[in-house]
Write a new protein. Structure first.
Length: 316
């Protein structure tokens, strides 16, 4: 199979039929073999009814319905797990991503050898204050932190070699950082393509200030995980040793000063430096123990189910 199109969605009933028909036209005109995977992330409208109708008339349509809203990352994880195409395309269900971009994205993976190609919505139709400016700030921070030189991490339109999606773990809210996860997994040939952005035709945007805040918190998480996920002791242990050494040096200084230079002066416990030294050694010990516990947890981590599927369609 040439292509798998993975589409996570939440309450997008009005756009699904139009999006499906548009994708089918593109696939047929380019003679692709394909599947369309709709991942219903706990919609409360009639999105699943629409997916059911589409799958009944088109065997290339497959569906996964979550029991409740688990988030876009979990939806993508489920889609990646089921995808069978040589190239995986992800796109949003709100018609702001154009399926006409699919053939060129496919060629960039198959012919030019990219592991991942991310869309860049250079010209946007979103609100400047509500989304454009926060996105620019977020993308700048993500580039500086991750070292992945993309202009638009948040663009839902991306193409992947199948090896990429089968070897990365998209969890939490890390869908924004799939290029970073791919780089950390060893898939470093990451490209970018300017894609058409369309104004939302139906419904309302799911973007809010909470997503902006969560994005930056996740950025800190991905920075930490990319460097210390497999070796937490390297961070916490190093901080612990440094802090403990500073505290111990302070204590040694106070002891030497008391014994040799000021034996009849104030007691050590009456000097504020004593409590600074004590606190620093305690904090250093805690950092070291945190690193040690992190290593233990990492080596004994059980695999856990992160989402629960209510229904599936046309899946083997």
């Amino acid at each position: 199979m040439d292509l798998s199109v993975v589409i996570p969605l939440l309450n997008e009933q009005d756009s699904l039929t139009e999006l499906h028909d548009w994708i089918v036209r593109v696939m047929k005109s380019n003679h692709f073999s394909y599947e369309i995977l709709f991942i219903d992330d706990g919609s409360t409208d009639k999105s699943w009814d629409t997916i059911t109708q589409l799958s009944a008339k088109d065997p290339n349509v497959k569906g996964i319905r979550f029991l409740k809203n688990f988030g876009k990352s979990q939806a993508l994880h489920a889609g990646f797990d089921e995808a069978q195409g040589d190239v995986i395309i992800t796109m949003d269900a709100d018609l702001q991503d154009s399926p006409d971009e699919i053939p060129e994205l496919y060629q960039m993976i198959k012919q030019e050898g990219f592991d991942l190609v991310s869309g860049w919505k250079k010209k946007r139709y979103d609100s400047v204050i509500a989304k454009n400016l926060p996105s620019k700030l977020f993308n700048w921070a993500a580039r500086k932190t991750s070292g992945v030189k993309l202009h638009d991490f948040n663009c839902g339109l991306k193409a992947y070699n199948i090896d990429v999606v089968k070897n990365i773990d998209v969890n939490g809210e890390m869908h924004r950082y799939i290029p970073v996860l791919s780089k950390n997994a060893g898939f470093t040939n990451i490209g970018e393509k300017v894609v058409q952005h369309q104004a939302r035709k139906y419904g309302e945007t799911k973007f809010g200030i909470d997503r902006f805040i969560h994005g930056f918190l996740d950025l800190i998480t991905i920075w930490f995980l990319s460097r210390f996920a497999r070796r937490p002791m390297h961070l916490f242990g190093a901080l612990g040793v440094i802090m403990f050494t500073i505290g111990f040096a302070f204590s040694a200084y106070l002891g030497i000063d008391k014994l040799y230079f000021n034996p009849f002066g104030r007691l050590i416990t009456q000097r504020p430096q004593f409590y600074i030294a004590l606190a620093t050694m305690i904090i250093g010990t805690q950092f070291f123990v945190a690193g040690f516990l992190g290593e233990l947890i990492l080596r004994n981590r059980p695999d856990k189910q992160r989402y629960f599927i209510k229904q599936t369609l046309n899946l083997k």
